[in-house]
Design a protein around this ligand. Sequence first.
Ligand code: ZN
Length: 100
Amino acid sequence: MGEHFDEKEIKGKLHNYTEQLVFEKLDELLNQEEYKNVCSCEKCILDMCTYALNRLSPQYVVSHKGEVYTKIKDFNQQSKVDVMSVVAKAIEVVKNNPHD
Ligand SMILES: [Zn+2]
């Protein structure tokens, strides 16, 4: 391991497109009136992200600085619907389980 390829280099080019969709949807929803009282500290955001990402299928793409994201933006409409409902659920769960 490590002799034939640069793990760091490879990892740097592998991106889970689902993460991008989750971040975008989380940002969009948390800006809505309905969620304005939801805590958006780093801990809560991380809890929402892990909740959602553990329930959605990853969609790995090879990318250099996000250029591939736009190309596959509309390649899976169904997954966007899933992301929307799972992220909304993640916010609800974290909202109802506040940290100290
Ligand atoms: Zn918080």
